[in-house]
Ligand binder design. Structure first.
Ligand code: FAD
Length: 189
């Protein structure tokens, strides 16, 4: 069984995986390859990086996650079943994975959350009025379902890559803090 399974390998999911894998947790990402940042030819607003293409930013995050030990799978998660102390995640191609912590980082895709019974509302931070969020999410992505976390837009945040990345990191830190029993900090020398 995995420690952490991240559904969605975009900016936020990849960032969460960097933290949990670097922290030593057995981490996997399942990604269907449709990150919104792929549509952006030049990103100028990611602090610390003056200019980068969306695909390059995404690729760097994936490389960092894999270098930290994340297993990265292409695929689409179709359903999630809550078991006694784990989640059973079924992919469209028939594969099944079990995990202790589940991070839903699917951005505009809500089907998994609807099937788990989450109540959705309009994310008013996105002007179109068409984007959804889950009500009652903690700042670090925690939900009312133990060990299930939700990132970025679906947690009611704004649609910006640095916010998605920071929130993914925050989710990773929250999981690491529970697993280590103290507030987790990653300090490079
Ligand atoms: C046209 C456009 C322009 C933008 N320009 C900018 C900009 O200039 N600067 C900026 O900061 N931000 C910009 N953004 C916003 C930025 O793209 C997002 O903030 C960022 O991608 C959100 O990261 P995320 O991880 O939440 O979602 P994403 O990066 O979209 O990743 C979600 C991932 O989940 C996967 N997924 C979904 N459902 C499943 C499933 N069931 N199973 C497996 N995988 C699944 C998707 O395939 C995708 O890879 C722009 C967005 C758009 C649409």
């Amino acid at each position: 069984m995995l420690n952490v399974l991240v559904v969605g390998g975009g900016i936020s999911g990849g960032s969460a995986a960097i933290y949990t894998a670097q922290g030593g947790l057995d981490t996997a990402v399942i990604d269907s390859g449709k990150s919104q940042i792929k549509q952006v030819s030049k990103v100028f607003n990611y602090p610390g990086i003056k200019e980068i293409t969306g695909p390059e930013l995404l690729g760097n995050i994936k490389e960092q996650a894999v270098a930290a030990g994340t297993e990265w799978f292409e695929g689409t998660v179709q359903s999630v079943e809550q078991k006694e102390s784990a989640f059973e995640v079924s992919l469209a191609d028939g594969r099944k994975l079990e995990t202790k912590y589940l991070v839903v980082a699917t951005n505009i895709q809500t089907s998994i959350l609807e099937s788990l019974g989450f109540e959705l509302a309009v994310n008013e931070k996105v002007p179109s009025g068409k984007i959804k969020k889950v009500l009652g999410i903690d700042p670090d992505g925690k939900t009312h379902i133990p060990n299930l976390y939700i990132t970025s837009l679906l947690a009611g945040l704004s649609s910006q890559s640095v916010i998605a990345s920071g929130h993914g990191a925050s989710v990773g830190i929250s999981i690491m803090s529970i697993e280590t029993g103290k507030s987790y900090m990653w300090h490079d020398k």
